[in-house]
Design a protein around this ligand. Structure first.
Ligand code: SAM
Length: 234
């Protein structure tokens, strides 16, 4: 079982740095009303999508590649009676065309081919649409072998510094690129505090063990693996 599978098995909601608290802060800075069309890519179990649909009564689409995540997101929306369409698919190959005002990704792009994902995100955004993301970065001082160990534990395809993120966004023709490091508690998920779990029935011990390893790793690299909020426009 890998890190993403453990999140899926445990049904972790808010599996991104800063959690729902940060999500609430960053979406509050956007202008969102009932006419807004928002796409949450790599939605996981749908915590963020449900919050946004409930809070702003806007049109929300949620997508994820993992079948268990999709199933748990669907169940969440059904239980909460939230009208969200859920799609199973790959961010790198989205086939909507210029549909969304906002695309949101929270701790997702590092697991994908970032250049392909950014091109795909740009294609599904309306003209002047906004790409909003919370993503992990690596400090310039981290050596190659540590980077390799971190990337292989999480299954990251890329582990980029702030400069490299900026380059990728700009190479993909995004404009008004703003990258900001929030001052919230940097630990992504603390198992003892987290409330939002939707356990599957099997392999829970193995999944919890992986989550404990994740906590140890984030503690060890606390200052070296910052995260940032990215905002840019098409
Ligand atoms: C760390 S989790 C974050 C989930 C959610 N955004 C949250 O904050 O709780 C990363 C999510 O990205 C999804 N994912 C990874 N690669 C993907 C891809 N190529 N296309 C769509 N989803 C992907 C995973 O299945 C997983 O649900």
């Amino acid at each position: 079982m890998n890190y993403l599978e453990s999140l899926a098995k445990l049904g972790v909601g808010g599996a991104h740095p800063g959690g729902l608290k940060l999500t609430k802060e960053i979406v509050a800075q956007q202008s969102i009303d009932h006419t807004t069309k928002l796409l949450d890519i790599g939605c996981g179990t749908g915590q963020t999508a449900a919050f946004i649909a409930n809070q702003y009564a806007c049109s929300v689409t949620a997508m994820d590649i993992h079948p268990i995540m999709v199933e748990k997101a669907k169940q969440r929306f059904l239980d909460g009676e939230v009208p969200i369409s859920v799609v199973q698919g790959n961010i790198e190959q989205m086939c909507w065309s210029e549909q969304f005002d906002i695309v949101l990704s929270e701790s997702v792009l590092a697991f994908t081919n970032i250049s392909k994902s950014l091109t795909s995100i740009r294609n599904v955004l309306k003209c002047n649409g906004c790409f909003l993301a919370v993503e992990i970065m690596v400090d310039e001082s981290v050596g190659e072998s540590d980077k390799h160990a971190i990337a292989s534990f999480y299954g990251f395809r890329h582990l980029l510094t702030e400069t490299e993120w900026r380059e990728k966004l700009s190479q993909s023709s995004f404009k008004q690129i703003n990258i900001e490091q929030p001052s919230l508690n940097p630990l992504p998920i603390t198992i003892d505090e987290a409330q939002d779990f939707h356990f599957s029935n099997s392999e829970i011990d193995e999944a919890l063990d992986i989550l404990h390893q994740h906590q140890a790793l984030t503690k060890r690299y606390k200052e070296k693996l910052p995260y940032a909020v990215f905002r840019c426009t098409k």
